[in-house]
Ligand binder design. Sequence first.
Ligand SMILES: Nc1ncnc2c1ncn2[C@@H]1O[C@H](COP(=O)(O)OP(=O)(O)OP(=O)(O)O)[C@@H](O)[C@H]1O
Length: 560
Amino acid sequence: MLDDLRAAWRLRSGQARGWRLAFLTLLVVLAGATDGVGLALLVPLLNALGAAETGGTGGWLALLPRSLPVLLSLFLVVVMLRALIARAQQIVGAELSFDFAVALRVRAYGAIARASWSWLRSRRAADFHALFSTEIERVEHATHLLLEVPARLSILAAHFAVAFAIAPGFTALALAFGTALGWLMRHRLTESRRLGEFASAANLRVSREITEFLQALKLTKAYGAETQHVAAFEAAARSAEGADLAAARLQANTRLLLDCIVAVALAGFLWLAASWARLPLADLLVLILVFQRLLPMLQSVQELAQQFVHAAPAYRAVADAVEACEAAADSAPEPAEPAIAFEREIRMEDVRFGYGGGHPDVLRGVDLSLPAGSLTVMSGVSGAGKSTILDLLGGLLTPQSGRILVDGRELTPDIAPAWRRSVGTMSQEAFLFHASIRENLAWSKPDASDEAMLETLRLAGLTDLIAALPQGLDTVVGDRGASLSGGERQRLALARLLLRAPRLILLDEPASALDAGNEERILETIAGLKGRTTILLVTHRPDTVAAADHHVTLVDGRLV
Ligand SMILES: Nc1ncnc2c1ncn2[C@@H]1O[C@H](COP(=O)(O)OP(=O)(O)OP(=O)(O)O)[C@@H](O)[C@H]1O
């Protein structure tokens, strides 16, 4: 439990402004105090209403005038003040929750966005999805409860204070009863927390199933694996819902138990108050009112605590996930300088790289020179490390030894973000957004004009397609470009890349998923870009690129 609270503290943000929390604390105290004063005023009020002959409580209340209109006015002022404080408390509490929720979501999103690619590539997208879809919501719920508990406790304290002023011994007994009740219920809190941890794990399984199913929709249909996915989803959903159901059962059982205990306790206390404590009538009436409110309040604090410990494990899940992303951040996530110009050559010198985890190094001393404006073709068997070379040249990975030089300047992690702005990359399966052609293009250069877009579409060989589309640039391409053919998708991705006018283009088998005819045409289009920019093209058919200036092959971690 303490771990969860520590995680909650780690997740607090500077934006949650300390003064607001201090103001809320003040309001909580004031709410309790006005509640207590309002209750205490009932004693002289009842006395003034006719119970005067029975005596009443001494203390500061004895100083009040006994006039009914004055007491009623005072009572009204206190009740209205209490209502105003409650309103302010509700608004400030909601603002704090809002600030916390937005800051946390933005922090988590930013942490993922700023994490280095070398770390991100070994993560599961589904786990990030779970973070946003369920765990952060549970954290928000827990925070709402966390803000609510002190408010209830303050009112509880006010009730106890009034009861104590009327009948100290009797109230001490009630306090002992409340403490004993909490102690008796502690196992329920432990059980609720265990269910909360189980719910975190079950929610993760649901999220993994949903994300991977949606990513593989076409494959699922093609393999007829729908039943398999539905069954896996049902098992995960039952498990997650089962955790919530068990928590709801526990909550209902606790409520039944507390309802009975509180009813018996209330009857017992009232009987004791009337027969044993022999209080004056006005005091007795107020004491009845106080206890009639106080005991259910104890019950609601117990319920809130139970709900809180159920949601609290999400604090640790979210804090651990966000901090892991933050620890893996790029050393300079925001480019410190504009895109890096490149006039002469990009060079790899004796570059070594391995993915760790006991695997042998993939690259074992790679030397490569890409003169500006040249077209280099790279080939090698599957798994040789070609994509790894592209990721290193693109500034996504950092060599473990050796250097990459851009016009003689070493490509270090500090300048990698700026360098990435000068690079355009494209792989086998180009990703397109479910948006129009214009929006897909503008993603890489938001201020691009229609003319610039049409020019890059021409270079990518898509002029005829755009002319044939009734909505032209505004045609929506579907999920991941589903309404385009494979060749059109790759060409559109090429146009998007060219729109940024990159100094270096890294192409990772951009046409190998296409049929031979389409592949040749795309490779021809790429060869036609020679001279405009520097290109490194990975292809398993190097012979088809006659225009290439250099051919290199990756063998045993070295280029030959
Ligand atoms: N994140 C990773 N963690 C561990 N090993 C990895 C990781 N990514 C790639 N590898 C391993 O590094 C080696 C080189 O991978 P890479 O993708 O660079 O090869 P490739 O030549 O591009 O292969 P292909 O032609 O099949 O695309 C492979 O053995 C691969 O299993």
